[in-house]
Design a binder for this molecule. Sequence first.
Ligand SMILES: [Zn+2]
Length: 89
Amino acid sequence: MSIRKFRRGETTYTCACCKKLTRNTGGDERGCGLCLDCYTLGGIANHLTDNGVESMLEFYGDEARGILTRRPELIPTEPGIARALGLVS
Ligand SMILES: [Zn+2]
């Protein structure tokens, strides 16, 4: 059983990026103070920087599009991804 389940009172926090009150899902995003969406987008943005648009679209295109479709308010925080997906010009 995970020790995370016993951290009472530490289950929600405000995302440092989008200011949304979020919950620890047990991933690494809590250490960054980010919600899972911002954390995931940040990783994808790093991939985009390191590997270029083609690779980002191949590996993370659907995931990135899913997040930015669900949470369009995050588009301005990751303009490179949004541009690669054709969500902004
Ligand atoms: Zn966030």
